[in-house]
Design a protein around this ligand. Structure first.
Ligand SMILES: Nc1ncnc2c1ncn2[C@@H]1O[C@H](COP(=O)(O)OP(=O)(O)O)[C@@H](O)[C@H]1O
Ligand SMILES: [Mg+2]
Length: 138
């Protein structure tokens, strides 16, 4: 039989200082409900902050908002950050970060914190899709 339909939440965040924190509160609630432990909850929140800050900082969006979606699947949590900016070439990975050179860590960090990180990007915007596998039940 097919898996259960995912439970979904969607949140619209204005592009403004500190507004990404609203999404992390929801992320925390969702992740705790899914029985992620404190370390995983912190990882999900940090990856989400990086994704949203990138959308704020780099999207060049004329629309002053980003969308954040959470989908609770049987096996994983899916977190999406959608912006309406100009997109970018996601196939070119940022050059290896150098000591004291703080740019270019965000994408690497998200990849190390989450199990899957994918970009779907076009001149109409960027959709960042991140997945974290649900912890094994004891
Ligand atoms: N949502 C986005 N829209 C447009 N460009 C993006 C987006 N997210 C990431 N990028 C591009 O990817 C680059 C690398 O992002 P990141 O690793 O977080 O480094 P940093 O934010 O420090 O530049 C950014 O400099 C930017 O060019
Ligand atoms: Mg960044």
């Amino acid at each position: 039989m097919s898996a259960n339909a995912p439970k979904r939440f969607e949140l619209e965040i204005p592009i403004a200082h500190d507004r990404e924190l609203e999404a992390t509160k929801i992320a925390e609630q969702v992740a705790e409900e899914m029985q992620f432990g404190p370390d995983c909850v912190a990882e999900i929140k940090l990856a989400l902050i990086e994704g949203i800050i990138n959308a704020f900082e780099h999207s060049g969006s004329a629309m002053q908002k980003v969308l954040v979606e959470f989908a609770i699947h049987d096996e994983e949590l899916e977190v999406v950050v959608q912006d309406f900016g100009q997109g970018f070439d996601a196939s070119s990975k940022p050059a290896a970060a150098r000591p004291l050179q703080k740019r270019g860590y965000g994408r690497r960090l998200m990849e190390s914190l989450m199990d899957e990180v994918k970009y779907f990007t076009s001149p109409q915007g960027t959709r960042l899709v991140m997945k974290k596998r649900r912890p094994k039940r004891a």
